[in-house]
Design a protein around this ligand. Structure first.
Ligand code: PMP
Length: 367
């Protein structure tokens, strides 16, 4: 074997990247898992039926490649959002859609911008692509500084709406203002839009620079299947189609996704339940006098307080305490914009009751 030094062989941009670290996915049962914003209800029963039908009696269909353009799924996504199927690209989770957009529109000369904080995957994708990543701070109260966005000089702007990790949502008019005023591609990451009352998807017919991404991971109970999408005008879809894997969704994901997205009644019922549970959780934080950001998502970013103190140490202590009760929440220790706070997914009512009991005990509040 000749001398071989792996570090010398890694591509220049990848050698500088640390992998994105997703929230913990514990193996084994018995956890109340409120750290990665999954849907707490099972997917539509129609998804299960479609999966079983696709597998059939001998799984023989799995010999064959899936539909390369995910026609039925794209049709179902288009119908749900009221756009043409040719405005939709199906993806292997919305992370795949973000990655495809990044590879399509960013490089060493074409930079990416997003608000700070936003979904932390963006910076990893930009680094892999060798693209500069520009972070634009929010104004007080996590309000948007539009002029900073318009003047940032980036080629592409990723706008997480509702925001992660704050949960704060912005109306469609905000998207219109950004899409109309920013000279480059505007991608609205709507992973959490199922829990807000709006989507910017239809605006793609009006703004040729707009891409709206979404996922069945948060809203439809199918995080385990990896189904996402990008909605944009057909010219943008054609560019992204050049970049994506030719069979980027497997047969089972296509079947389950199309079925789940056609069952609006079941979906709306579950989303309404989650919104009710979110309201009850917010009322509980009000009763403790703990601060939180009013959420348009299926999670709440709240600031725990003990003996009148809010601090990163207090937040870390409460996360550890929850963990000792086998409750997982997400804490971003190294992000100074949110490290006094904890991001808690909205689970089933009984799971949130367990959190409330733990909070009362931890804070030493007598009931
Ligand atoms: N966007 C945001 C803001 C997210 O929080 C996530 C989940 N981590 C995603 C996109 C990706 O979700 P998925 O790949 O499961 O569709």
């Amino acid at each position: 074997m000749k001398n071989f030094d792996l570090s010398d062989k890694i591509s220049g941009s990848v050698s500088k990247v640390s992998a994105y670290v997703p929230g913990e996915q514990p193996q084994g049962d018995g956890w109340i898992k409120l750290n990665t914003n999954e849907f707490p209800y099972p997917p539509s029963p129609l998804a299960r039926e479609a999966l079983l039908a696709e597998i059939g009696s001998d799984a023989s269909k799995l010999r064959l490649y899936p539909d390369p353009v995910s026609s039925r799924l794209r049709g179902a996504i288009g119908k749900y959002f009221g756009v043409d199927a040719n405005c939709v690209m199906a993806a292997n989770g919305s992370d795949d859609a973000l990655n495809i957009a990044m590879r399509s529109f960013c490089d060493a000369k074409k930079s990416l911008a997003s608000l700070d904080p936003s979904y932390s995957l963006y910076s990893v994708l930009a680094k892999i692509q060798g693209a500069e990543f520009i972070q634009i701070p929010f104004k007080d109260g996590f309000e948007i500084d539009f002029e900073k966005i318009f003047n940032c000089g980036a080629n592409t702007f990723f706008f997480t709406n509702p925001n992660a990790p704050t949960g704060k949502g912005f109306p469609v008019e905000t998207v219109e203002k950004i899409a109309g005023g920013f000279g480059g591609i505007v991608l609205v990451d709507e992973a959490y839009a199922p829990f807000a009352d709006y989507s910017a998807a239809r605006l793609v017919n009006k703004y040729p620079n707009l891409i709206v991404t979404g996922t069945t991971s948060k809203g439809w109970g199918l995080a385990g299947m990896r189904i996402g999408w990008a909605i944009a005008n057909p010219e943008i879809i054609e560019v992204m189609d050049r970049v994506r894997d030719s069979y980027n969704l497997d047969r089972l994901a296509q079947a389950a996704g199309a079925a789940a997205m056609s069952d609006a009644q079941y979906y709306c019922k579950c989303v309404q339940e989650i919104k009710n549970t979110r309201r009850i959780t917010e009322q509980f934080f009000d009763s403790l006098g703990w601060r939180y950001i009013k959420s348009s998502a299926n999670f709440i970013l709240f600031t725990p307080k003990k003996n009148g103190v809010e601090s990163p140490e207090t937040a870390a202590d409460f996360v550890d305490f929850l963990r000792s009760k086998r409750i997982l929440a997400r804490y971003f220790a190294s992000d100074p914009t949110v490290n006094m706070s904890i991001r808690l997914s909205i689970g089933l009512p009984e799971q949130m009751q367990a959190v409330m009991d733990a909070a009362t005990q931890w804070a030493g509040i007598k009931k």
